[in-house]
Design a protein around this ligand. Structure first.
Ligand code: NAD
Length: 292
């Protein structure tokens, strides 16, 4: 397929490379020339402009920082891409903007889905991402085989914006379980329990959760977790703050009561403001140990 790929950052670079590896003709574009040069080295075809990337494309995939970038890029995508091409936005953005872009695309004659991901930079490189998709079923069915070449799990969550909704709710829950896990370890330490002993018990008891068993915020129990590597990300605290901000925006718009989500947002905002934005989000452990 002729695929235009827009946004070749930490995530998009690996995803575009995997599509090129799967023998698609991938026209890659980014504002950064260095990112385009890297994409060419990875087997893509470099595009000098957004318009050039979209010319003749059968599908357009975007992986951009936020909602304002997506709205601005799609105003050009809708003008420059042949009608009927499949549009897939993999960026994490607010539900409102996702729905707005989907409506514009539909009115201009394009099938579109939102398909934010989880799995991070490692998953993007390895082709093991999880895609959470929102949009019409026929558009999803067209997108599924392409997404499977960049990921291992592809789920249709519902109508336009449902992929973003699933992603924001999941990450709000992740933040809450991470903070809860940090609190439990910090209290256990103060009560004289060794981290490994508390892990051995809680990971088999009802406190068990992913933040503890796959991503433990203290060094030792889970050797692959960022805590064993000086809290290098992983998933940076700044990205968690971004997702929590989107979740809080969605909660305000829908009048949903999210007391723990809002506390998690405040704690991650403070962590980022204290100079830890680029550290892994499990660095919350140090903040909780230290106390406010
Ligand atoms: P990034 O900042 O590394 O990459 C974004 C890229 O978009 C940059 O290379 C930038 O130059 C490019 N860009 C911005 N505006 C553009 C425009 N108008 N035209 C062309 N290119 C443009 O970000 P990332 O880490 O790759 O994340 C991308 C998206 O994926 C974000 O929405 C993020 O929240 C989400 N996400 C990231 C991770 C992660 O671990 N990094 C995990 C899951 C989801």
């Amino acid at each position: 397929m002729k695929i235009a790929f827009i946004g070749l950052g930490h995530m998009g670079s690996g995803m575009a490379a995997n599509l090129a590896k799967a023998r698609h003709a991938v026209r890659a574009y980014d504002l950064s020339e260095a990112a385009v040069t890297q994409a060419v080295a990875d087997g893509c075809i470099g595009a000098a402009s957004l318009g050039q990337a979209c010319e003749g494309a059968e599908a357009v995939i975007t992986m951009l920082p936020g909602g304002q970038h997506v709205l601005s890029v799609y105003s050009q995508v809708l003008e420059r891409t042949p009608k009927g091409a499949l549009l897939i936005d993999c960026s994490t953005i607010d539900v409102e903007s996702a729905r707005q872009v989907a409506t514009q695309a539909e009115m201009a004659g394009f099938p579109m889905i939102d398909a934010p991901v989880s799995g991070g930079v490692t998953g993007a490189k390895a082709g093991t991402l999880t895609f959470m998709c929102g949009g019409p079923k026929d558009a999803f069915e067209r997108a599924e085989p392409i997404l499977k070449q960049m990921g291992k799990v592809v789920i249709h969550a519902g109508a336009a914006g449902a992929g973003q909704a699933a992603k924001l709710c999941n990450n709000m829950l992740l933040a809450i379980t991470m903070i809860g896990t940090c609190e439990a370890f910090a209290l256990a330490e103060k009560l004289g329990l060794k981290d490994q002993v508390f892990f051995d018990i809680a990971s088999k008891a009802s406190g068990q959760n992913w933040s503890m068993t796959s991503y433990c915020p203290v060094p030792g129990p889970v050797p692959t977790s960022p805590a064993n590597n000086d809290y290098q990300p992983g998933f940076a605290a700044s990205l968690m703050l971004k997702d929590l901000s989107l979740a809080m925006q969605a909660a305000a718009q829908t009048n949903a009561d999210t007391p723990l989500g809002s506390r998690a947002h405040a704690l991650y905002e403070a962590l980022c403001n204290q100079g830890h934005a680029t550290q892994d989000f499990s660095y919350m452990m140090e903040r909780i140990r230290r106390g406010a």
